[in-house]
Design a protein around this ligand. Structure first.
Ligand SMILES: Cc1cc2nc3c(=O)[nH]c(=O)nc-3n(C[C@H](O)[C@H](O)[C@H](O)COP(=O)(O)O)c2cc1C
Length: 217
């Protein structure tokens, strides 16, 4: 698959088929993804894969977890500036319009958000952690790793959705995967085969025009 094709075809998938993904394939994709660049070659990513039995156990564990959790970090700045605020708002509105969940239907919208915590029914997933010692440069390295993984997954016929939502479940996820105390959870990654019959997967996110964010001097 051409890189351009993988880039244009990758999109966030929020409903998956009940179709297994082998650990061997995930291992191969992770191995290849580790060719991602990182400043000073630190390779700061720490990955925990859950699949098959561990996925069943994890979902069961999540259901039983009742302790309140402190979010690992602010997903967005508290006062998100323009144009970012509008981009975020438009994405949400586009998705809820597609799903026919009006703004007044607060429960409906919350129920959609909560699907994050079942990995949108993906059969396989991973969590990406990083040592708390690391700062913005190393967090950006995680992004490179994650995008490389998502493109390679596309090439392998798989679909994905990165999930910062899991930062709200830092404690329970850390306990389940037995993460090192020094590590912080950045995000989850749903992995599987998209359910093409589900409207949510027809969502196509917009991009701001190039002249708004690139200047040629
Ligand atoms: C690091 C990261 C975290 C994300 N977290 C979530 C999430 O928690 N839940 C979700 O539904 N989508 C999440 N997304 C998906 C974004 O909303 C999506 O990438 C963006 O709207 C662009 O759409 P596209 O991926 O389909 O191109 C995340 C994406 C990234 C890169």
């Amino acid at each position: 698959m051409e890189v351009s094709k993988a880039v244009s075809e990758r999109k966030s998938i929020r409903s998956f088929l009940d179709k297994k993904v082998s650990n061997e394939l995930i291992k191969e994709l992770l191995h290849k993804s580790a060719r991602s660049p990182s400043g000073g070659n630190l390779q700061p990513w720490k990955i925990y894969v859950i699949n098959n039995e561990s996925m069943k156990k994890f979902l069961h564990f999540q259901e039983k977890w009742t302790k309140p959790e402190t979010p690992a970090y602010d997903i967005y700045p508290p006062k998100l500036k323009e144009p970012y605020r509008t981009s975020r708002f438009e994405l949400g509105e586009k998705m809820y319009e597609l799903l026919e969940i009006p703004r007044e239907d607060k429960d409906g919208r919350i129920a959609q958000v909560m699907k994050n915590f079942r990995f949108f029914d993906a059969p396989c997933a991973f969590f990406c952690f990083v040592d708390r010692q690391m700062g913005p440069p190393q967090w950006s390295d995680l992004g490179m790793f994650l995008q490389t993984f998502m493109l390679l997954a596309k090439e392998a016929g798989l679909d994905t959705c990165a999930q910062e939502a899991w930062s709200m479940k830092h404690d329970s996820v850390s306990e389940f995967v037995q993460a090192d105390q020094e590590d912080i959870l950045f995000c989850g990654m749903c992995i599987g085969y998209q359910d093409e019959t589900q409207k949510v997967n027809s969502l196509n996110s917009d991009r701001r025009p190039l002249q708004d964010w690139a200047k040629f001097l």
